[in-house]
Every structure is written in structure tokens, then in C-alpha cells.
Design a protein around this ligand. Sequence first.
Ligand code: IPM
Ligand code: MN
Length: 347
Amino acid sequence: MSHRIAVIPGDGVGREVVPEGLKVLRALGVPLEFEELPWGCDHRGRTGRMMPDDALATLARYDAIYLGAVGWPTVPDHISLWECLLPIRKTFEQYVNLRPVRLLPGIRGPLAGRGPADVDMLFVRENTEGEYSGTGGRVHVGTDAEIAVEVPVFTRRAIERCARYAFERAAERRGHLVSVTKSNASRYSYVLWDEVVAGLARHFPGVRVERVHVDAMAARMVLRPDTIDVVVGSNLFADILTDLGAALQGSLGLAASANLSVDGRGPSMFEPVHGSAPDIAGQGRANPIGAVWSAALMLRHLGYEEQAARVERAIDAVCLDGGPLTGDLGGTASTAEVGDALASRVS
Ligand code: IPM
Ligand code: MN
């Protein structure tokens, strides 16, 4: 039985890295059927909409979604994202955003002397609510009296399902979970978060849980990355910390992510952490590794564990051999040359 994958290259370098991901997936010979959906900011220029009215119903018919990047300077970011990426994450209850942060062998990280054994973290980001709830409004628009409120919304249900996923991953890995909040300054939402995590901890006696405030966590990721295994955090905090994580890996172009509809309420979506990168788009310079690694996460999700591991090993091997690598990692290769090297190693 084959799986049907909706492919949304999106905007900017998304259109350059996604073909490399497809190249690697095709080289594996797994029965995947790809259908490309030309949605994004250009589509909005032509039609007035980021995606068609029935886009979510269309996506619901696929087994997974492979996405490049959404956003382009011609459209305000809050519009392009709230009309495309965020509705997909929320509608299909992709309530976990899974983001591995690993220093790849051969990549010189910013923490000289640290190696792959020191940087191997797995971020579990709450992906449906929190600071991204969209609750709020503006009044007295354009006047001196204008105000805007944006209210984070946290529910016990959403915290619990995400934290449970994180505990399960921690139990399979090194048995350590850091829960990131800011429950000293915020008195309600993150306090609820802490309580829910403490309640779940009783069901996972094999997992040691630490509560760390987000500011301290940022410092710890740089100073003692070796003490971090699985991390669970709110939508905004884990967003910020995983850009730091990408920097620890050596480049934003390496970082991968999976938006998991853990209960299978809809297709899950796989996308590199980087955005559309208008500054380098169209030049064939974007690093495709984040997109290829995201494809590996998709393979694992669809049940192709052996092939996922093969793609991850190919990424490690290319890094360890010192290339071919793109300019962000000090190399001179093009996007397609890196994609070719990865594809030839997996086939
Ligand atoms: C990410 C991105 C998005 C997010 C933006 C584009 C809304 O930064 O996937 O990390 O914050 O979720
Ligand atoms: Mn981000």
C-alpha cells in the first residue's frame, strides 16, 4: 500500500529545498506518491488567498504533508501564517511539534570542543495554543488611544497530551525531561503547566523531570548542552529555544521538524525549521539538509523506520566527510549538489 503525500513547497527557499527532499525520498524506493500543491504568497498574489477555500478538506485526504516554508515580503507575515501554516497545524491537531537538535559529526559547532555526544536534544513543542492562540483584538485603531491585547490560552487538555508525548520520548531516550516555563513571572498559565507536568510525572517513574525557566534554559543550552535530553515547552518558548538549538547545531539550515497529529486526527506535516529566506532565495544556495532530515521524520512517522535511519545516516556521513556542504556550513556546494550526494548515499 502506498502513502499519498501532499507537497507544499511554499515560498522562497522552500521551493529549492523541497525538491532535494523529494530526490532523497525517491532514491529510497519507498511507495510514496507525491502531489504538489502550489500554495503560498504567489498563489495569494494570483487569487487573493494563500490557499483555496477547500484547502484543509483537500489536505485531510493525504497521509502526510511535506512543507518547505511559508512567507514572503509581499505579504505581511501575520497574514501569510494565519492563512496557511497555523490553520494546518491547528485543524489537524498536530499538537506536538517535534524538533531534534543534534550536533552532526564533522560539523564545527559554536561551542568549540563539544561534539555530537554533547548536543543531542529532542524538543517537544506544544503546537496548537498557548501564546499562538490568536485570542485578542485591537480597538481605537489608528488613534493615539489604540490598544492591542493578545491573550495566551492554555488548556489542561492540550498541555497534558503534549507533555505525555514528551514523557514517552524521554522514557525511550535517556530518561530525562526538562519542562520549560516562566512560572515565576506568569502566575496562571505556566503554573497550570507545571501542575500538569508534575501530575504526569507520577505515571513515569523512570523519567527524571526538571522544571527550568526559559531564560535559564537559554543559557543552559549553550553552557551545558550535555545535560539536556528531552525538552517540553509552550508554543512560543520552544519556538525560540529551537532557533537557538539550530544555532548550536551549526546552522538554521540543518534543523528539522515534525508537526505530529499524534492521535491521527489528520495528516501530520513535516517542514524544516528555517523560513523562506528571501535574502538567498532563487540562488541555489539554501542548505537542503533541514528539509531532507524532515523527510526522514516523515518516513519514521509513516512506518519506514529503516529508511528513515538510512537518510539520517546519509546526513551524518556527508557531514563527517566534510561535504558537499552549502555556504552556511563553510562549503561551496549548491542546494542540488548536496541533495544529489544524499540521494546517492541512500539508494
Ligand atoms: C517555526 C516558525 C513559525 C512559528 C512562524 C513562521 C509562525 O518560526 O515554525 O518555527 O513560530 O511557529
Ligand atoms: Mn521558529
